[in-house]
Design a protein around this ligand. Structure first.
Ligand SMILES: [Zn+2]
Length: 297
């Protein structure tokens, strides 16, 4: 879908915009969150219906990037699912034709303008627009960018011992969306340790969804933005962080990372930019003495 309004967020001096790739309505809440309990869910998250499709049976999952303009730099957080890619084991992403690139251009940004592409992890719906098909070859979409991601994550999805049924799509994804970046010399593989990779930007370890998943923090002045990646898939997980998603490789570790991210957001009064929440996909973590809750911005 084409963007019909450009809703820029401001965090300090930085500007942030969602670049939509697609919307999915494929899974019921029970399928997405195996610990789901309908009565509990409606009690703790009354706004549940607006996160479901029109039949109110399937969870709406957005797939998108975040574009950041900060200190003269143009930065993308994650790159959606991409076009033309064969995904026989993940048919929702198979041979897509989306208008993600047109949406980027509507924001006034050409692929050549992007300085950095920061990847939270290397799953199919986060690295797709890293490359595009030209004359039968996958070439970097952003020829002037440095692509930054966890070295350990890349090593994990390169190790034949991890080429399981669960990881099949991730291995195909690596081959057409990450390896061409590495071969072109555009990759900066980093150790994820919370230190600043760029002025005001840091990667923080939030493992569980994948073994070396990272969340990204942007600081501008006294304000913080937290890009969670796939630490959460649905706003109700702010209320019950113990409910891990079916996509989390290590559900127990994912809970620890989710709690870390939520606490970070509260402590630093951060604006939170999620990877899959529907509607604006951005919001704040609200807290009282006992509980946390989600508020869309
Ligand atoms: Zn994802």
């Amino acid at each position: 879908m084409l963007l019909n309004d450009l809703r820029w967020y401001t965090v300090g001096d930085a500007r942030i915009l969602k670049i939509q790739d697609l919307m999915l309505a494929a899974l019921s809440p029970e399928q997405l969150l195996p610990d789901w309990d309908e009565a509990t869910a409606l009690q703790i998250y009354p706004r549940l219906p607006e996160t479901l499709d029109s039949s109110e049976t399937k969870v709406l999952l957005s797939v998108h990037s975040w574009l950041i303009e900060d200190r003269g730099r143009k930065i993308l957080i994650d790159t959606g699912a991409g076009n033309n890619k064969a995904r026989p084991a993940a048919l929702y992403f198979d041979h897509l034709q989306t208008v993600w690139l047109e949406n980027l251009m509507l924001a006034g940004v050409c692929p050549e303008d992007i300085d950095f592409v920061l990847l939270t992890h290397l799953h199919v719906d986060h690295v797709g627009w890293n490359t595009r098909l030209q004359n039968g070859i996958w070439v970097p979409t952003f020829p002037n960018a440095r692509y930054v991601f966890s070295r350990a994550e890349y090593d994990f999805f390169s190790n034949p011992a991890h080429d399981s049924v669960r990881n099949k799509t991730s291995f195909m994804t690596r081959a057409d969306s990450v390896d061409p970046i590495v071969r072109a010399g555009l990759a900066d593989q980093i150790d994820v340790d919370g230190s600043d990779f760029l002025e005001g930007i840091s990667f923080h370890p939030t493992p569980g969804h994948t073994p070396h998943h990272a969340s990204v923090v942007l600081r501008s002045g006294v304000e913080h933005a937290l890009f969670t990646g796939d630490v959460m898939h649905h706003p109700i997980q702010v209320c019950v962080p113990e409910w891990s998603a079916v996509f989390d490789a290590d559900p127990q570790t994912a809970i620890i990372s989710r709690k870390w991210a939520l606490n970070y957001a509260v402590e630093h009064d951060a604006t939170v930019f999620t990877s899959h929440f529907p509607m604006t996909s951005a919001g704040r973590v609200m807290t009282d003495d006992q509980n946390m809750s989600w508020s869309f911005l």
